[in-house]
Design a protein around this ligand. Sequence first.
Ligand code: SAH
Ligand code: SF4
Length: 362
Amino acid sequence: MEPTPATPLVNLYDLPRAALGELLAGWGYSAYYRDLLWEALYRQQVESFDAISGLRPDLVQALRERTRLERPAPHHEAHSTDGFTRKLLLRLRDGQTVETVLMRFKGRATVCLSTQAGCAMGCVFCATGQMGFVRHLTPGEIIGQVLHVTRLLRETGESLRNVVLMGMGEPLHNYDATLAAVDTMVDARGLALGPRFITLSTVGVVPGIRRLADEDRPVQLAVSLHGATDAERGALVPAARKWPLAELMEACRYYVEKRKRHIFYEWALISGQNDTPGQAHALGQLLKGMEAHVNLIPLNPTVGYGERPSGPDAVRAFQDILAGYGLPSTVRQRRGIDIDAGCGQLKAAVERQRPSRQPTAS
Ligand code: SAH
Ligand code: SF4
């Protein structure tokens, strides 16, 4: 067996550009080399140091000895029958697997990223919540998902436009790593993704929302509500009991005021549960007069939760009530339901098939 190094090698994908600069400066290399390496990693997207031209041999040697270039590896893949959605299960260094979903629609490619293995928030309807929390992802494990899909898109001459942090995990429970990865995504010398096209979805971690507002990070914010009274919401989103709606809405108002940006509110519509006229009116009251847009997502059924999605009539009635409060809403059909493309569902399905599963390379 190989001896374990005393200090684990740095995964270069964990470092935003400034941190990479500090690392190289500590070894005596100028910002010129930082930028050369950065552009190789994120613009040319090389996968080994050998493929980078212009690096001094002594720097290549130092990088080989003290760093690693590690991306998540393909583990399992599913394609939707509509051809738009490709769902990937990627394997991390310690064998954990996370989901990344690539959606191509009308020439606009969107990736849905995971920020944690599992999730501690325990939303009863969510396949990831049903698994429990395993661990936070590192920035490199989040960026590695982006690099994986940009490589797939390059094969067909497409490029990535939208990023949604809506895969497995709660991004604001893993704030530092998630936002470090976002910094790398928007860096103009690298992936150069548009801040307007990055959406961070949170279950409503109040301190994280306030921190986002204070730091002016380059993301659009989406807040998952699912219930418009503390009792209803707490039954679906156990973590929400820690941050009552009054506190959450105060943080949202603070965010809108400081950032001058509207917030999306997400609502999984569950038949007979939170799709009632009473909840629609309560939601209308809660958001009335705020800069808000409601995304309604008919429930994607999961094995661990017996309820059903709302039917089209209930969805329409819900929207009409919201409209009465001046609230715009959009019904978001989850694409690729046939491939378990709901949050955490492919992983759950693959685990159920054990031990017969076969890793598939993409
Ligand atoms: N943890 C974050 C982001 C990941 S979940 C959050 O909760 O916002 C992304 C979105 O998918 C959330 O709005 C979540 O409530 C929703 N979601 C999860 N499981 C779902 C399901 N089975 N049906 C419909 N929406 C679901
Ligand atoms: Fe976690 Fe979001 Fe799933 Fe809730 S919906 S369990 S916060 S991933």
